[in-house]
Ligand binder design. Structure first.
Ligand code: CA
Length: 735
């Protein structure tokens, strides 16, 4: 949270004597390396150093820079800067970086975790909410907790069955699982201390994919589900007992049932119609939080509205608070303090759940305590974090939905007619956003924010049939359904429009000068979360399985590691016994790799779920991944009518494509139906309608589909199989 105070004095940690069996987590922070550039920030911080082994508490997280060898909370500190003061690995030494150890993770779906490191142990989550602990020096497995989520609960997950990490407090590990449970685990054994069901009810499609935070002895957690019609809220639980302390609803409920508090009555005035019936509001806080201990303010990033279409949920208009907002609440009571709404009356899935960073910036010649966010809508916001006052909002990626943000009103000025979605309307960014969940990073030395940004677009149209989305969401590689690209779409965005996929950009943004400093185009293989370090380095992986380091000041690529499989997770750095490590978890899936699997990774790459840990001069090697190549076989199913194929394609895109892939081409995590379409024929209805594979994660669809519609989907998949066979398509799978 400090300002760009530059390089500080050298060598203060050299003489620290460490005790405890897990050793000194500070030893490598560290003046001990000749390459080290880390120096003491102040004597105050030096005196705040505690002995490791005492458990994580507020003082230890607040003084994160004095514990630079550890990574104690999701964003490393409460400011969520994701900047490591470690510098043994720097722009000169990074070429010597090699694999120190690796561990295979026990699931085969998307991995979005940020590892935490405390007292020599690394805590990592995998899909569904598995939690694993490792010896951070050697990779020796310490324990593994399986939340045993029923696989068919996966139908409630909009964007894969992912999990983004744990929280540490005292002698416990706090973790949530996809089915809405929050647990306290013993950090020595992984045994469950307490479990709470965080869901409002067991009917609505609540999920948890985010990492908890612990502030003032309270475990903070939100949930996901705004694509599935739920009402969002955030709950604080007593870390010791699991008792609920407070709950803050992000959107109002049915007025007839009475509002929970005066804030609910206030925000209900910004809604019209019967939103509690038509989408339930949404506004789920599924990922980002930040905490200002000095002001005792907890910042909540609030998601999109449900339904997406405002004409459905709030037909008389209105801003629909607090959807797509940053909301500050009192951390002890959950009482509302201020809010800033990035997208009033959201119509496009423009969540403000994206990563928020607290920092002190010099603005207009004076230091300001700010909160920064680059939400999906494409504007980079800098707000005063005491009051929510808008300081700046500038487009960091191409935008067609608004022309600018009015500084006086703090509101975006929407492009003319942008809500007229009676006809197909192509809008930039699309629901994938100009930035999705992948955490960014703030480097107080350069003063830049490194944003894992995207070029994305979407075609929106009023869709009153589903009453949830208003998007013709077709991860469909042909352009049959696309309208002509409007003239106002920048050339850069046009590149992505043909496939509606998202292409990745690593962007260095100067939040004071309010402009881009450099960018690295990551192509279609979108980038992972980001880490920056005092070694003048920015680390980022990508879906092509490359883990890279760039110079923080210039963006020059300095190091690249071939990781065999796609990387989405967020890197961290820690230090033990004088050795700096960089850790990152890999595993395909998530919001882009499932639907866009076929193009989100290079041909022939398979999914690998693994934890990778790097250090200087280490030479561990990855095992050979044995694969086989398969040809897409011919099938003997009868040729369907064009009408049936067309109907099947529309249904497939609505119900199946998000997991099984656009054009029925799977990314390899969920079965590619084309390869077995003939064998599936006799059991198609049993699987698709009756849910005979529900325990494998394929839910029953009879609530949504008739037998005739299921047959149309089968006809469409068979049609795509015929085309793929004619193309001579082949795939590579793990042996
Ligand atoms: Ca959403």
């Amino acid at each position: 949270m400090s300002s760009s105070s530059g390089r500080l004095l050298r060598g203060w940690l050299c003489g620290i004597v460490c005790t405890g069996i897990t050793g000194c987590s500070l030893g490598g922070v560290d003046g001990s390396s000749p390459e080290s550039g880390l120096h003491p920030r102040s004597s105050r911080e030096a005196s705040s150093v505690e002995e490791p082994g005492a458990g994580v508490d507020a003082a230890r997280i607040v003084a994160a820079d004095a514990h630079a060898g550890e990574w104690l909370t999701h964003g490393r500190d409460y400011a969520e800067q994701r900047f490591s003061p470690l510098s043994q690995i720097d722009e000169r030494t990074v070429s010597r970086l090699g694999l120190a150890w690796y561990a295979e993770l026990p699931t085969n779906r998307g991995i979005e975790t940020t590892p935490l490191m405390s007292d020599g142990r690394l805590f990592v989550t995998a899909s569904w909410g598995h939690v694993l602990a490792y010896d951070a020096r050697t990779g020796r497995a310490l324990w593994h907790f399986d939340p045993k989520v029923a696989k068919d609960y996966g139908r409630f997950a909009c964007c894969d069955v992912v999990n983004r990490g744990v929280a540490l407090w005292g002698d416990r590990v706090y973790a949530a699982s996809l089915d809405g449970r929050l647990r306290a685990l013993d950090r020595e054994t992984g045994e469950v201390v307490w479990t709470v069901d965080t869901r409002l009810n067991d009917v609505d499609a609540y999920t948890i994919t985010g990492a908890p935070r612990v502030v003032n002895g309270k475990v903070i957690i939100g949930n996901g589900g705004a694509e599935m019609a739920v009402r969002g809220y955030v709950t604080a639980y007593d870390a010791e007992t699991g008792a609920q302390v407070w709950r803050f609803f992000t959107v109002p409920g049915d007025p007839a049932l009475g509002f929970e508090d005066e804030t609910q009555a206030f925000i209900a005035k910004t809604w019209t119609g019967e939103w509690w019936k038509n989408g339930k509001g949404g506004g789920t806080a599924w990922d980002s939080f930040a905490f200002d201990p000095a002001r005792n303010l907890l910042y909540i990033g609030v998601g999109n509205a449900a339904s997406w279409n405002r004409k459905v949920r709030s037909p008389g208009g209105g801003d629909n608070l607090f959807v797509s907002s940053i909301v500050a609440v009192d951390a002890d009571t959950g009482r509302y303090v201020w809010h800033y709404q990035t997208t009033p009356g959201d119509h496009w899935d423009y969540t403000a759940t994206q990563h928020m960073i607290l920092a002190e910036l010099e603005i207009g010649g004076a230091p300001r305590d700010v909160i920064m966010q680059a939400p999906k809508n494409g504007f980079f916001y800098v707000l005063d974090r005491a009051t929510g006052e808008l300081l700046s909002a500038d487009p960091y990626m191409p935008i067609t939905w608004a022309t600018h943000v009015d500084r006086k009103t703090g509101r975006p000025v929407e492009a003319p007619g942008i809500r007229d979605t009676e006809v197909d309307r192509l809008i930039v960014p699309g629901p994938s956003g100009a930035h999705n969940w992948h955490p960014m990073s703030f480097d107080p030395d350069t003063g830049f924010v490194y944003v894992p940004a995207k070029v994305s677009s979407g075609v929106y149209r009023d869709d009153f049939a589903t009453r949830r989305r208003n998007l013709i969401w077709t991860p469909n590689f042909d352009t049959e359904k696309m309208i002509a690209v409007p003239d106002e779409v920048p050339a850069e965005a046009r590149k992505a429009i043909g496939v509606q996929a998202a292409s990745g950009v690593l962007l260095a943004w100067d939040p004071v000068a309010r402009k881009e400093v450099w960018r690295v185009d990551r192509g279609f293989y979108s980038g992972s979360g980001v880490l920056s370090t005092r070694g003048n380095l920015v680390f980022q992986g990508d879906l092509a399985g490359r883990f890279k380091a760039f110079a923080a000041d210039s963006g020059r690529e300095l190091w690249s590691y071939p990781a065999q499989g796609g990387i989405m997770g967020s890197p961290i750095s820690y230090s033990l016994d004088g050795v700096q490590y960089v850790a990152v978890a890999q595993g395909w899936g998530g919001e882009s790799s499932l639907p866009f699997g076929a193009i989100s990774a290079p041909q022939g790459m398979v999914n690998i779920s693994r934890l990778l840990v790097f250090a200087l001069d280490r030479r561990e090697t990855l095992p050979v991944v044995e694969t086989i190549e398969q040809a897409l076989p011919a099938h003997g199913l009868p040729k369907a009518t064009i009408e049936s194929v067309k109907a099947g394609r529309a249904l497939y895109n609505q119900y199946c494509a998000f997991c099984h892939g656009g054009n029925a081409i799977s990314g390899g995590i969920v079965p590619d139906l084309r390869y077995r379409i003939e064998a599936l024929h006799p059991i198609w209805n049993a699987i698709v309608l009756d849910g005979s594979l529900a325990t494998n994660g394929m839910p029953a669809w009879k609530e949504f589909l008739t037998a005739q519609e299921a047959a149309a989907i089968e006809a469409y998949v068979a049609h795509e199989a015929t085309l793929g066979h004619a193309r001579g398509e082949r795939r590579v799978v793990r042996r």
